[in-house]
Ligand binder design. Structure first.
Ligand SMILES: [Fe+2]
Ligand SMILES: [Fe+2]
Length: 382
C-alpha cells in the first residue's frame, strides 16, 4: 500500500479550512468530521496488479453473497410513493401539496440547509458511480458487463438514484428553498467531482464506501428524527426509508471488506489504516454555489449544530467498523499489519479526545452569521 500520510493533529482538530472569519474575529468551527481540502490525493493504481486475481476469484462469492442484498425493482419503493399524486384531479393534487406545505412550515431554516446539503450529496450520484468504476478489478468494463461486481455497482446506483429524486421533489414542493440555487450547486458539484483518495484500489474503495454508507445512514436517520419532532411525519418516513437503503448498502460494502480480511488480511488491514490516516473525505466536499466560497464548511457546521452529522458520529462510525470487522482479534498479520491494527483500533478514542479539545475551543467563540443562497440568502448563525 502506498501513499500513506501521517495522521497530523490538524486533520482531526482544526485546519485553516475550518476557521471562520467573521466581523474581524476568528471563529474556529468544529467541522473536522467533514474536513475537506481540495484535491490532494495524486496516487493512482496503488493495488499491486496481481491482486486483480483476488477480485476475479471472489466473483462467485459476490454473485452469491452480495447481489442478494439488492432489492428486486418490483419490491422497491419509488419516490412517487411519498409524493402528491399529480395524476389525481387537480383539486385533490392541490390539497396534497397544500398539506405538504403546511407540514414543512413548522421546520426551521437550519433544517432545510441540512436537508438540501444531503439532497445535493445524493444528486451527485454520477460522481460516485464514476468513482467505483475507477477501481481496478471490479469496474464495469463495458457499461453493461455481466461481472457480479459491475452488476452490483449498476443496481446500487439505480437504488441510490431514487434518494436524490425523492428529496429534490419534496423540497421543490415545500417552497422553502431556492431551487434554482440548489440546482446550480448540484451542477457545480457534479462538474467538480470528488477526491476520496482511493487510488483505483478496490481495497481502499470498499473501505471508503463502507464508511460512507454508514455516514449517510446516520445522517438521514437524524433528519428523519428531526422531521418527526417538528411535526412532518411524511418527511420523517422519507428520510427513514432512505436511511434503511443506506443501511442495506453499508451491510453489503462492509461484507466485502469482511471477506477481503478473510482472504487477504494484511493488504486489507493496511487499506483500512490508509483510509483512516487520510481521513474519510465527504463525497460532496467540492460543493459550491458560485457565491459562498466556504459553502461546504458552512453546511457542515449547520449539520454539526443540529446534530445531523457530527465529529462524534465520525468516531462512532470508526468504532462501529472496528467492531463489525473484529479488527481487535484479527489474526494472520505481519509486522506492518499489526501496527496498522493497533493504529486503527486505538483511533476512535484518539479522535474523541481531539474533538473534545476542538469543541472546547469552539465554545469559547460566539457564532457568526452566514447567508445561505439555498434559503433565499437568509442568515443563519454558525
Ligand atoms: Fe443515498
Ligand atoms: Fe448511499
Amino acid at each position: 500500500m502506498r501513499g500513506h500520510s501521517l495522521l497530523s493533529s490538524h486533520q482531526l482538530t482544526l485546519s485553516s479550512a475550518h476557521i471562520l472569519k467573521c466581523r474581524g474575529r476568528i471563529r474556529p468551527m468544529a467541522v473536522a468530521a467533514v474536513a475537506a481540502p481540495a484535491v490532494r490525493h495524486p496516487v493512482q493504481h496503488s493495488m499491486p496488479p496481481e491482486k486483480v486475481e483476488v477480485f476475479k476469484s471472489l466473483e462467485g462469492w459476490a454473485a452469491q453473497s452480495l447481489l442478494p442484498l439488492l432489492k428486486p425493482v418490483e419490491k422497491c419503493w419509488q419516490p412517487q410513493d411519498f409524493l402528491p399524486d399529480s395524476s389525481r384531479p387537480t383539486d385533490e393534487f392541490e390539497e396534497e401539496v397544500r398539506s405538504l406545505r403546511s407540514r414543512t412550515e413548522r421546520l426551521p431554516d437550519e433544517y432545510f440547509v441540512v436537508l438540501v446539503g444531503d439532497m445535493i450529496t445524493e444528486e451527485a450520484l454520477p460522481t460516485y458511480q464514476t468513482m467505483i468504476n475507477t477501481l481496478d478489478g471490479v469496474r464495469d468494463e463495458t457499461g453493461a458487463s455481466s461481472s457480479p461486481w459491475a452488476r452490483w455497482t449498476r443496481s446500487w446506483t439505480a437504488e441510490e438514484n431514487r434518494h436524490g429524486d425523492l428529496l429534490a421533489r419534496y423540497l421543490y414542493l415545500s417552497g422553502r428553498v431556492d431551487m434554482r440555487m440548489v440546482e446550480r450547486t448540484v451542477q457545480y458539484l457534479i462538474g467538480a467531482g470528488m477526491d476520496p483518495g482511493t487510488e483505483n484500489n478496490p481495497y481502499l474503495g470498499f473501505v471508503y464506501t463502507s464508511f460512507q454508507e454508514r455516514a449517510t445512514f446516520v445522517s438521514h436517520g437524524n433528519t428523519a428524527r428531526l422531521a418527526k419532532d417538528s411535526g412532518d411525519p411524511v418527511l420523517a418516513r422519507i428520510c427513514g426509508t432512505i436511511a434503511a437503503d443506506e443501511k442495506r448498502h453499508e451491510t453489503a460494502y462492509a461484507k466485502i471488506v469482511e471477506k477481503l480480511l478473510e482472504v487477504d488480511p494484511v493488504e486489507t488491514m493496511l487499506a483500512i489504516e490508509d483510509m483512516m490516516r487520510k481521513k474519510i473525505t465527504m463525497p460532496a466536499h467540492l460543493m459550491r454555489d458560485g457565491r459562498d466560497p466556504r459553502l461546504f464548511d458552512h453546511f457542515s457546521a449547520v449539520a454539526q449544530r443540529l446534530g445531523v452529522y457530527t465529529s462524534r458520529d465520525y468516531a462512532d462510525i470508526v468504532e462501529f467498523l472496528v467492531g463489525r470487522w473484529d479488527l481487535e482479534t484479527l489474526e494472520g498479520l505481519d509486522g506492518p499489519g499489526r501496527r496498522a491494527q493497533e493504529f486503527v483500533c486505538g483511533l476512535p478514542q484518539r479522535i474523541r479526545k481531539l474533538y473534545e479539545r476542538a469543541e472546547e475551543r469552539v465554545r469559547r467563540v460566539p457564532p457568526c452569521p452566514v447567508r445561505f443562497s439555498w434559503i433565499f440568502d437568509k442568515e443563519l448563525m454558525v
